[in-house]
Design a protein around this ligand. Structure first.
Ligand code: DLL
Length: 432
């Protein structure tokens, strides 16, 4: 249920007052301690002491991943290294990684915020949690680990990979909750089915999945296969890691920990705030972080705020699941498409396996997109005519739902790569 009810269900007016106080102290702290922010504030003539309302934050410039890279590794830390008790880093798939640090207090806050997400997803101290995220510089495993210990659950720090062993441990240790990326949960579920294990013979009840975009259709698939209730949780290392937002058991949006993070949604082109309810890029300002505060950090993640109160009683606003990252958005013949939209269409078609890959090539002046889709064995070995019918169905459904025309290729079961961490479903050959 609730982990910190006095905060999670806080009166909105009181919350705004708290946010303002915390914002003021964060801005003063970075102005004093981080030359990068001091310079930026000075450039626009902003003095943190003059802050009177939350809206005034908009006078300040945004912070981007590029700024973090330029200050690699410790340039944006707001406390001396001797105050840092932990360092994490993002994977840096697109260039140099970014480094983040935590003070002892930051670790405490982080554990509590992850504990909120876990409690909201159904976890209590009676649960046995299998953490199948990769332990290391990635924030996922340690973040969930500390949160789960905070709740008092029994933590199995198995890390990711070795799927057969994951399942053996799940059986022997009577795991009740699985923590992983949705794509790894899918791989575990498929492996359970293939091994002939009855999912009802497991003790599994909950799945807490995050760290990558996934669709509602994928949730249904995982829930059905593993016989669990699956919730989505969101975060990013630059801001803290997991614990920034998480679904409650209503599973209708992710509650943002607004007493620790101030969020804005902007149009990524004009940088202006979007209208209420519209999709925009999430921009986050940390309100309580000591070691590594960020001011107006552009996450590049697209979401929308869900209006109205949640039946669960939390007053923290909800955001919808992440639609995708601005840098993952495919522009196919001028139409904006996110991989999850393709995923949603595929999941609805019978005979199609939940594994796919999107390949983009440049043919002359035109981009050509091919969707490789795994199909069940009986279809793959069926006659050409029936295969063609299925291909045509997929092509038509994608065209009508997304307004784009793509090539569709049916591939044999298990030929596409599987993922133990974050999935990589788009192969863009145009960049090379
Ligand atoms: O993925 C933190 C995390 C770990 C969150 C475990 C939840 C669970 P990074 O490696 O820095 O941190 O990657 C952050 O992953 O900007 C999003 O694009 C994406 N992401 C994270 N959670 C979700 C989610 C962790 N629930 C980046 N849905 C973010 C969609 C997500 N995308």
């Amino acid at each position: 249920m609730y982990w910190q009810p006095e905060s999670e269900c806080m009166d909105r007016e009181e919350l705004e007052q708290l946010q303002l106080e915390r914002l003021e102290s964060t801005l003063s702290r970075v102005y004093m301690n981080v030359p990068f922010y001091r310079k930026k504030f000075d450039e626009v003539g902003f003095n943190p002491d003059d802050l009177r309302s939350l809206d005034e934050l908009r006078k300040l410039p945004f912070t981007t991943k590029g700024d973090l890279r330029d200050n690699y590794p410790y340039g944006l830390f707001a406390v001396p290294l001797r105050e840092i008790v932990r360092v994490h880093a993002s994977s840096g798939t697109t260039g140099m990684s970014t480094v983040v640090g935590y003070s002892r207090n930051d670790i405490k806050t982080w554990s509590n915020l992850v504990a909120r997400v876990l409690a909201a997803g159904g976890i209590t101290k009676d649960d046995v949690i299998q953490i199948a995220f990769n332990y290391g510089l990635f924030t996922g495993a340690f973040g969930l680990h500390y949160g789960a210990e905070r709740v008092g659950a029994s933590v199995i720090p198995i890390s990711s990979g070795n799927t057969k062993r994951q399942i053996k441990i799940m059986q022997d240790f009577k795991t009740t909750a699985l923590v992983s990326t949705p794509s790894y949960a899918m791989l575990i579920a498929d492996t359970i089915m293939e091994s002939g294990i009855n999912p009802n013979s497991l003790s599994l009840k909950y799945g807490l999945f995050g760290a990558e975009p996934w669709s509602e259709a994928m949730r249904k698939e995982i829930e059905g296969k593993l016989k669990i209730t699956a919730t989505d949780n969101y975060g990013l290392s630059e801001v803290m890691g997991p614990g920034v937002a998480g679904e409650c058991i209503e599973r209708n949006g992710l509650h943002i920990a607004e007493d620790h993070f101030l969020v804005e949604l902007i149009n990524p082109d004009t940088l202006e705030p979007v209208k209420p309810g519209e999709i925009g890029e999430l921009v986050i300002t940390t309100l309580t972080k000591e070691a590594f505060p960020v001011i107006r950090y552009r996450t590049r993640d697209l979401t929308r705020l869900i209006p109205g109160p949640c039946p669960c009683g939390r007053s923290m606003r909800r955001m919808s699941r992440i639609f995708g990252r601005t840098d993952d958005m495919l522009i196919i013949r001028g139409v904006n498409v996110f991989p999850q939209q393709i995923e949603t269409v595929l999941f609805e078609i019978e005979g199609v396996e939940p594994h796919y890959q999107i390949v983009i090539d440049r043919k002359g002046a035109l981009d050509e997109t091919t969707v490789n889709v795994e199909v069940s064995e009986n279809i793959f070995f069926d006659d050409m005519r029936r295969q063609n019918v299925l291909m045509e169905t997929i092509r038509k459904r994608l065209a009508s739902e997304l307004g784009i025309s793509v090539e569709v290729k049916l591939v044999e079961k298990k030929t596409l790569e599987r993922f133990e961490g974050k999935a990589k479903r788009v192969i863009d050959n145009r960049k090379f």
